[in-house]
Design a protein around this ligand. Structure first.
Ligand SMILES: O=C(O)CCC(=O)C(=O)O
Ligand SMILES: [Fe+2]
Length: 254
């Protein structure tokens, strides 16, 4: 039997570091409330590690995601269109560890954030479709930087890497495994409107994210954070074991 489709998202206060860390450990993503300014966002992020610059970021390392009508390959974020589930910087050898996206202004309608815990997808496939999982764990996605597995083993962890836009091509023969992956992702995806003054923080090696299309003007501020190794912050990706130490973890059999 598959893992339950979704579990309620954990919502915590930005000042409660322990709760942020516990949420990341249990779900790979947390909603954080009470960030009142760009400066506060910056210091919240800096408490978890080093901000990583991006070609679109400003000098403080933060990127404003807004609709500038972009139609460029890989730049759909800068439009009002829906954004399919993805790993940030999936084309890089080392994608950023944490992704923090803070809402400055909500859209008039739409613009909900989408999350999928790829750990749940991995565990479902492990249980019910292990040959498919083996395919996904072999070179599977042709990206500008090379051909990568969709689920990879890295330092004892499993790391997800995925995008489905025009910068990626699935390996020859991979389309049915891809279809099964996409179905499982859809089953485990949940939507949440992040209100102004709140953010999501996610482990980019574990949780895929996206958004629904929107109308009106919407500003989201994004930071990539590489956490300091060996701190309380869960490592990039997730443990391959069934139990991650979270007391609520349970898998139903039927
Ligand atoms: O607009 C959003 O909510 C998210 C944008 C995003 O995922 C990105 O820029 O990579
Ligand atoms: Fe993203």
């Amino acid at each position: 039997m598959m893992l339950p489709a979704v579990r309620p998202l954990i919502q915590v206060d930005a000042g409660d570091r322990e709760a942020v860390v516990m949420g990341l450990q249990a779900h790979g993503v947390v909603i954080v409330h009470g960030i009142e300014s760009r400066e506060m966002l910056h210091s919240f992020c800096a408490a978890f590690g080093q901000l990583r610059n991006h070609p679109d970021s400003d000098s403080d390392g933060i990127t404003t995601i807004y609709d500038r009508g972009s139609t460029e390959p890989g730049k759909l974020a800068f439009s009002s269109r829906a954004l399919a589930l993805h790993t940030d910087r999936a084309s890089e050898a080392m994608p950023p560890h944490l992704v923090v996206v803070w809402c400055e202004t909500t859209a008039e309608a739409g613009g909900e954030s989408l999350f999928c815990d790829a750990r749940a997808v991995y565990l479902d496939l492990l249980e019910s479709a292990s040959p498919i999982l083996a395919e996904l764990m072999s070179p599977f996605l042709h990206l500008p930087a090379g051909c990568f597995p969709l689920f990879d083993r890295q330092n004892g962890q499993i790391v997800v890497r995925y995008r489905s836009d025009d910068l990626v091509r699935i390996v020859d023969g991979g389309s049915s495994a891809h279809e099964i992956f996409v179905q499982s992702v859809a089953y485990h995806t949940q939507a949440k409107l992040i209100p102004a003054g709140s953010a999501f923080v996610l482990n980019n090696g574990r949780v895929l994210h996206g958004r629904t299309g929107y109308i009106g003007s919407r500003n989201m501020l994004r930071a990539f954070v590489d956490a300091v190794p060996l701190t309380d912050v869960p490592r990039f990706g997730f443990a391959p074991e069934l139990h991650d130490g979270s007391p609520k973890e349970s898998r139903s059999k039927s």
